[in-house]
Design a protein around this ligand. Structure first.
Ligand code: HAM
Length: 411
């Protein structure tokens, strides 16, 4: 887990502001769910046999003896939220930003507390909805300035397909068990699909000739997937069908996808998503959604030299005061100027003028307003334009100061 400070925070603020704007323009409303949930929500929602549930959740018992978990992702909480809203919730379009927690082995692009921008669009399966959500994710990354991404798409089929796929895969994988790693040997029985996306070269080599899971799926599921790929093509998106793309969460049905970036190294997925049927209160709740990893997006932008420039406030005024009485007078002037929308910084009135002006320079201020003993006695302030050192005196009155700032800016 890491602190976020300094210029990095400014970059995050730009990305977050653009995400809020873009997602709202697509008709999504923000939802903020708690970062703690009953453990059961994730265990049932994401699937008992997933790595996230088996190995990565921060789970503890609270003082009331309840098992709670720091959210490892956002989808399950959003579905819990909409399920409580009844029928109206079933057409919800919601987005979220915030920290997620997974106790994974840390490495470049992998944190134990990381942040996602995600969204969920509830509703019955429709390949066009899937394609639209994928396009929105691509557009969000493009809006952030990220180029050179790859869009990998695949299908998980329906829950019925999944039974057929698991059976077919188990038959194909059992004879290869000897050559597989320990995790994969266990997964043949618990989650055979995951064997296909094991990153270990020996496992990849051993399973090279195993048929694609799609070969066990129904014609309807294949048509669904083809429609998604065609819709993406019609929108000008270059989607790469990737039969071995599995994704680590069990709630997916039909379309799944990942967006990768070459600047990221081993953990190259900057974003992922899919259509799901989330089991909750005895029913399956259908939807489609995605999440972008903020840390990875920032890393990818950095590697491409495309980090956004935080906007500079248009007018920055620096108040320098010499001594306690000048400092006190500056407090009132600062409040008045800030209330009129200016960015006002103030120096430490117990330090020298030189040192205060150095701070003004460091803060890239446009003007300094200087109040020493003389100015105090004459009820004036000295206004200095910092770009060229030109200066004048102005009556100690917020309106007079504001007018003088406008005039000196234009002259
Ligand atoms: P996910 O693929 O598990 O999907 O996570 C989405 C993104 O979060 C990843 O592509 C990655 O960028 C980032 N991420 C995941 N784990 C870490 C980590 N340990 N450190 C840094 N970044 C990480 C989901 O979470 C689904 N809820 C997405 C979704 C929404 N599917 C449907 N709706």
């Amino acid at each position: 887990m890491a602190d976020l400070a300094g210029p990095e925070v400014a970059v995050w603020q730009v990305l977050e502001a653009r995400a809020h704007d873009l997602l709202k323009r697509h008709g999504y409303a923000e939802v903020r769910t708690p970062i703690l949930e009953p453990t059961d929500l994730f265990a049932r929602g994401l699937g008992d046999t997933t790595d996230v549930v088996q190995k990565e959740m921060y789970t503890f018992t609270d003082r009331g003896g309840r098992s709670l978990t720091l959210r490892p992702e956002g989808t399950a909480s959003v579905i819990r939220h909409v399920a409580a809203r009844g029928a109206e919730g079933l057409s919800a379009r919601l987005y979220y930003l915030g920290p997620m927690f997974r106790s994974e082995r840390p490495q470049a692009g992998r944190r134990r507390q990381f942040h996602q921008v995600g969204l969920e669009r509830l509703g019955e399966p429709d390949p066009l909805a899937d394609a639209e959500v994928i396009a929105l994710q691509v557009d969000l990354l493009a809006d952030w300035g990220l180029e050179g991404t790859r869009l990998l798409v695949n299908t998980r089929g329906t829950p019925e397909d999944r039974v057929a796929v698991s059976k077919g895969l188990q038959v194909a994988l059992r004879p290869l068990a000897e050559a597989l790693c320990e995790d994969c040997r266990r997964r043949i029985d618990t989650n055979p699909l995951r064997v296909l996306d094991c990153k270990r070269p020996a496992c990849q080599e051993a399973t090279r000739d195993v048929p694609s899971p799609v070969s066990w799926m129904s014609p309807e599921s294949r048509v669904y997937f083809d429609t998604v790929v065609r819709a993406l093509g019609a929108m000008g998106l270059d989607a790469e069908p990737t039969p071995r793309l599995v994704r680590g969460l069990d709630y997916y049905v039909h379309t799944v996808w990942e967006i990768t970036h070459p600047g990221l190294g081993a953990q190259d997925a900057v974003a992922g998503g899919g259509r799901y049927l989330l089991p909750l209160e005895g029913k399956g709740i259908p939807g489609v959604g995605f999440a972008v990893g903020m840390e990875r997006a920032v890393l990818a932008l950095e590697s491409a030299g495309r980090l956004p420039e935080p906007p500079r406030p248009p007018h920055v005024v620096f108040l320098a005061g010499l001594g306690q009485a000048a400092g006190l007078a500056n407090l009132g002037l600062a409040r008045d100027l800030r209330r009129s929308g200016l960015t006002v910084l103030a120096g430490d009135c117990h330090r020298s003028l030189k040192s205060q002006l150095k701070s003004a320079d460091k803060a890239s201020a446009d003007w300094a307003l200087i109040r020493g003993e003389d100015e105090l006695a004459r009820r004036e302030v000295t206004l200095r334009r910092l770009r060229d050192g030109w200066q004048t005196t102005v009556p100690d009155d917020p309106d007079a100061v504001r007018n003088a700032l406008v005039e000196t800016n234009e002259s």
